[in-house]
Design a protein around this ligand. Structure first.
Ligand code: SF4
Length: 383
């Protein structure tokens, strides 16, 4: 913030980095961020980009709707807000699509110095440990409490630095599995650590036959408190400070199978070319390109898979496809956040020239090099 005097550019840069960093690690984001800012250094430049260009640059970063929404929001700022970024967390969240409470707080505190807190996964962990919050950390009561706490704690004079420091503390010291409590700059305030130390004292007193101390009234955990560990899952001594935070059991990802076919022809210079088609503009991997693919119903035998795939391909190439000509190559597994996807990969070499039906979704023939430069997902690159 100190090196960029133009507040709109500052907020735009923080915004891009924050959106890219959602669900993606810093090491991966840096290269994407630099390329993005080089290509679209301002909101105005981004507002003129096409979705295809955005998807191409985003390819491999995952969660593709993030790039799309970023570009839509940039267009909105340029066309409806006279190119001026909203100046407060409340307005950022209200006016910009894809900007939630966390991103709004980060942009407002880092770019404009608004004294507003942020709560991300790292902050949740640090605050839950600092205050022994043992209820499900995704429950509304805990989330509200964490935001209140973050807004109370934030340094009024350097809110951006404070928020980044708190997140960094979670990323580097108060890490999920083996936190470095001995090196922690806030250890004297940490109730989880106090509790752990107290337990060690009690254990050693027991060892020497001294009577156990009377329980401290502040070690509540009873009476249906919405912030304490549930009575069914009390403090586990073997876990120490990593008793916190507690999370509700994760939902199992949905299992899905998709047949996909790599159609290959000889291009005009003799090099092989492959057919790619564009996915619908909404839903998973919206607007990205892929080999013609078809979700498979559960329990289909290989013969039945070939049959439905041959049918599907006929629509693309406008002529019947003999089931026997589809060669089964193998299976590729790709894990999306909520889907365990298996691609059953076939290939089909074509001799005759094919005229693609313009009434269908956009499709095109690409060389291998063009394929990698296109807006295709990591899953398709694996295929
Ligand atoms: Fe986290 Fe340990 Fe620091 Fe507490 S003392 S905030 S548990 S690293």
């Amino acid at each position: 913030a100190a090196t960029e005097p133009d507040s709109n550019r500052r907020a735009y840069a923080v915004w891009v980095s924050e959106i890219m960093l959602q669900q993606t690690q810093v090491a991966t984001v840096i290269d994407y961020y630099n390329r993005w800012m080089q290509k679209w250094p301002t909101l105005q430049a981004l507002s003129q980009a096409s979705l295809e260009e955005v998807n191409e640059l985003w390819a491999g970063l995952g969660y593709y709707s993030r790039g799309k929404r970023l570009q839509e929001a940039a267009r909105k700022v340029v066309s409806e807000l006279a190119g001026q970024m909203p100046r407060t967390a409340e307005d950022l969240q209200k006016l910009l699509p894809g900007v939630g409470r966390y991103t709004a707080g980060a942009i407002a505190s880092i770019s404009y110095g608004q004294a507003t807190g942020v709560v991300d996964g790292n902050v949740i962990r640090v605050l839950c440990r600092l205050r022994c919050i043992g209820a499900d950390s995704s429950s509304p009561a805990v989330i509200d409490w964490l935001w209140d706490m973050a807004n109370t704690l934030v340094d009024r004079s350097r809110p951006g630095d404070f928020n980044q420091a708190l997140m960094e503390l979670g990323a580097t010291v108060c890490v999920p599995k083996a936190p470095l409590c001995g090196e922690c700059p806030v250890k004297q305030h940490c109730q989880a650590r106090h509790r752990m130390e107290k337990e060690l004292t009690v254990a050693s007193q027991k060892l020497f036959g001294k009577p156990a101390p009377v329980p401290d009234v502040e070690d509540c955990g009873v009476g249906g408190c919405p912030l304490c560990p549930p009575a069914t899952e009390p403090w586990d001594s073997s876990l120490g400070v990593t008793n916190f935070p507690r999370k509700a059991a994760k939902k199992q990802p949905r299992v899905a199978r998709t047949a996909t076919c790599v159609l290959e022809r000889r291009g005009c210079h003799g090099a092989p070319e492959y057919l790619i088609v564009q996915r619908p503009s909404s839903g998973l991997l919206a607007g990205l390109w892929e080999f013609p693919s078809l979700p498979l119903a559960q329990g289909l035998q290989e013969e039945e898979q070939r049959e439905v795939l041959a049918d599907h391909l006929r629509a693309w190439i406008g002529q019947p496809v003999a089931m026997g000509s589809l060669r089964l190559i193998g299976e590729v597994v790709h894990i999306f956040s909520h889907i365990h996807q298996t691609y059953v990969v076939y290939s089909l070499p074509l001799d005759a020239d094919i005229t693609l039906d313009p009434a269908l979704s956009p499709s095109r023939w690409v060389t291998e090099k063009e394929f990698y430069a296109s807006a295709v997902s990591t899953a398709m690159k694996k295929v």
